[in-house]
Design a protein around this ligand. Structure first.
Ligand SMILES: [Zn+2]
Length: 374
C-alpha cells in the first residue's frame, strides 16, 4: 500500500491519478466539502480528468445510498474512485467501488449470504478528518434496514492514501474531539485485542505516540503540529485495527449511536475506561486470548506504561478526565443514557467484536462494564 503523509502531500495526487483518460468518481461530503476548503484544494488537481460526482448520503451510510453511487459509477464507466472526506465518505466510496464490480445481490453480499466475487475498483483516499482510520482499512460500515454491517474485503483497502493534515484545518473542535477519541480508542483496543500481531501492536504504539500528547491541543488550540500528529496517529490506528480489528468498547458502542445518537467515537470512548480495568483483571478461567491470562496481563501492563498510568483504576480515572477536558461527557448518564436503560445496551453487543476482546464478555461481565461506565 502506498501512503503519503504530511503537509503538502496532496500535491502528489495528480501523479497518482494516471493519464487524463482516467475517469474518476469523486465521492465527497455535502456542504463540508466546500466549507472545509477541500473543494478549493482538490478541484484544480482534477481539471484534466472526466469527473463524475457523488455526495449527499447519510453520516451512517445506507446500502441504498451506496447503490445510487454504483449506478452513477457504472453509467460513467469509471476507472478510479476518489474519496475526499471523513469516515462516512471513505466507507461509502469503498462500498461503491466494490459493488460496481459485483454481479451478485448487494444485500446478500452485505449480510454474508453471498460472497464478494471480484475485487472492486481502485479507491484513492484523501481523508479530511483525523479519526476514523478508514483510509487504512479493509472494512466498510453499511446499514441495511437500520442494522449495521461491516463488510470486509482486501480490495476495500484504499491505495494510494494521501493524508494531508492541511485538509483538517477547518475541523470544528467537537468533531476533532470525537474523531480523535475514536482513533485513540482504536489504538488501545487494537493493542489488547485477541487478533493483535507484532505488526499491529507496533502500529498501535505509533498511533498512541502521535495521539496522546496532541489530542488536547488539537481540540482546544489546534496548530499545525497537533493537526499533523492527529492525522498521522489516526492513520496508524487504522493500520493497527486493519490487522487486529476492534474489541469490547466498539462492540458495545453501536447501540449508543443508533439508540441515542451519540457520535461513534464518543460512544466507543464511553466504555474504554471500564474496559481497561476489566481486561487488566483477566484470569485463566475467563481469558479469551490463546496466549493465556498472564500474557494479557503483561499486555495490559505495557499499555498502562504507554498511556502513563500507575494502575488500571488510575487509567480509568485519567480517561474520564481526558474526555471531559475535550468537552465531552465522560459517563453514560451525562451523555444522555438514563441509568435504568444502561443494562439494555448489553443486548445490542456486536458478538464478533466482543469475541476479539481478551477477557470473555458474558452477560454478567457486560452489565458490570456498562454499570461502571454509567
Ligand atoms: Zn471506531
Amino acid at each position: 500500500m502506498t501512503a503519503v503523509l504530511g503537509f503538502g502531500s496532496l500535491e502528489k495526487l495528480p501523479g497518482m491519478l494516471g493519464s487524463p483518460e482516467t475517469r474518476i468518481l469523486l465521492v465527497t461530503g455535502g456542504e463540508s466539502y466546500e466549507r472545509s476548503g477541500a473543494a478549493a484544494a482538490i478541484e484544480p488537481l482534477l481539471a484534466d480528468h472526466p469527473v463524475t460526482r457523488f455526495s449527499g448520503f447519510s453520516v451512517n451510510p445506507k446500502l441504498e445510498e451506496a447503490l445510487e453511487g454504483v449506478d452513477r459509477c457504472r453509467a460513467a464507466d469509471v476507472h478510479t474512485v476518489l474519496a475526499v472526506g471523513g469516515g462516512s465518505v471513505m466507507d461509502t466510496a469503498k462500498l461503491v467501488a466494490l459493488f460496481s464490480r459485483q454481479a451478485g445481490d448487494p444485500r446478500a453480499i452485505v449480510t454474508g449470504k453471498a460472497p464478494v466475487e471480484r475485487a472492486g475498483l481502485p479507491v484513492i483516499a484523501v481523508p479530511t478528518t483525523a479519526g476514523s482510520g478508514s483510509e487504512a482499512t479493509q472494512f466498510a460500515v453499511v446499514y441495511v434496514d437500520k442494522v449495521k454491517y461491516t463488510l470486509t474485503h482486501d480490495s476495500l483497502r484504499p491505495n494510494p492514501v494521501i493524508v494531508d493534515p492541511g485538509l483538517t484545518r477547518s475541523m470544528p473542535p467537537r468533531l476533532s474531539a470525537v474523531t480523535g477519541l475514536d482513533a485513540l480508542s482504536q489504538a488501545i483496543e487494537s493493542f489488547w485485542s485477541v487478533g493483535a500481531t507484532e505488526d499491529s501492536q507496533a502500529a498501535a504504539r505509533k498511533a498512541l505516540g502521535f495521539l496522546l500528547p496532541h489530542i488536547e491541543a488539537a481540540v482546544q488550540a489546534p496548530d499545525d503540529a497537533s493537526r499533523e500528529a492527529m492525522s498521522r496517529g489516526a492513520y496508524w490506528a487504522g493500520r493497527a485495527i486493519d490487522h487486529s480489528r476492534t474489541t469490547g468498547a466498539h462492540a458495545l458502542s453501536y447501540g449508543m449511536t443508533t439508540g441515542y445518537g451519540i457520535p461513534h467515537g464518543h460512544a466507543v470512548a464511553l466504555t474504554i475506561g471500564p474496559f481497561i480495568e476489566f481486561n487488566a483483571g483477566v484470569e485463566d478461567a475467563d481469558c479469551n486470548h490463546p496466549g493465556g491470562a498472564a500474557h494479557v496481563r503483561a499486555t495490559m501492563d505495557a499499555l498502562l506504561g504507554l498511556i502513563g498510568a500507575r494502575s488500571a483504576a488510575d487509567a480509568h480515572a485519567q480517561w474520564i478526565e481526558r474526555m471531559e477536558a475535550l468537552g465531552l461527557p465522560g459517563r453514560l448518564g451525562s451523555a444522555g443514557i438514563p441509568r435504568d436503560r444502561v443494562e439494555a445496551l448489553a443486548s445490542g453487543v456486536n458478538l464478533e467484536r466482543a469475541g476479539n476482546n481478551p477477557r470473555r464478555m458474558d452477560a454478567d461481565a457486560t452489565c458490570k462494564i456498562l454499570n461502571a461506565a454509567a
